[in-house]
Design a binder for this molecule. Structure first.
Ligand code: C5P
Length: 228
């Protein structure tokens, strides 16, 4: 199946507290964005990579794609939006005629190839598949004042990672519905859930961290050293 990869990279990085947005920080000499994309390059059928980023990082992102992509893969950079969902919407507008669309956070440079392949295989069959891991902590739902409301059974709770992989027509429909009903979500799969379509969780890897807080960056430095 032909595949497009969307990389949202337009976040401000406020939780990390660095001047440079997270995807453009370097690990072992390359940007985090470079590492994240490079994990996908051996994947069968990859024909397009679309990065959504802030206007001042378009040139930098184009340079990264020029360095990374072989001639058989088309690279495109678009402007991101205020929320992650807006960034994905802009990227989706550029996706060509492919069977599967993969969405992968720019700040997850440690996803492994086997997990990506498995996620695509399941999405081809089921329609949608997302990587995740069983929750390690007990998770509580709270109210606005931080009073505990509920403790769902931990064995049914998984933390969602990326990539999240969808047959193209499914993610297009999910984003169209979300736009016309003003629905906001922090991941792509939840918009597909609203369509009532099946999504399967594929067990990923604990090293597929999202570099969000300073502690994550410290861990990322350790993980990349282990790989060298
Ligand atoms: O904000 P969050 O941690 O969910 O961000 C996940 C990914 O989405 C990051 O790679 C970030 O750069 C991207 N993002 C984006 N546009 C936004 C906000 C976040 O592309 N407006």
């Amino acid at each position: 199946t032909s595949k497009a990869l969307i990389i949202p990279a337009a976040g401000s990085g406020s939780r990390l507290g660095t001047e440079i947005p997270k995807p453009y920080l370097r690990l072992a000499g390359q940007t985090i964005l470079h590492h994240s994309i490079s994990r996908f390059l051996s994947l069968d059928g990859l024909s397009q990579v679309v990065i959504a980023t802030s206007p001042q990082y378009i040139d930098r992102s184009e340079e990264i794609l020029d360095n990374l992509l072989p001639a058989s893969i088309v690279g495109i950079c678009v402007e991101g939006g205020t929320e992650r969902q807006d960034s994905i919407t802009n990227a989706l507008n550029k996706v060509g005629d492919v069977g599967l669309v993969m969405v992968h956070d720019a700040v997850r440079p440690f996803v492994n190839e086997a997990s990506i392949t498995e996620c695509c295989k399941v999405a081809s069959k089921v329609g949608s598949a997302v990587l995740g891991i069983p929750a390690k902590d007990t998770i509580k739902r709270i109210d606005e004042e931080q009073y505990v409301q509920e403790t769902p059974p931990r064995k049914l709770l998984w933390q969602t990672q990326t990539p999240q992989v969808f047959q193209k027509q499914i993610i297009m429909e999910a984003y169209e519905q979300a736009a016309s009903n003003n629905i906001e979500a922090t991941d792509d799969a939840s918009l597909v859930e609203r369509l009532g379509k099946k999504i399967k969780m594929v067990e990923g890897n604990r090293s597929n961290i999202k570099i969000t807080y300073p502690l994550d960056l410290q861990l990322a430095k350790q993980l990349i050293n282990n790989e060298q």
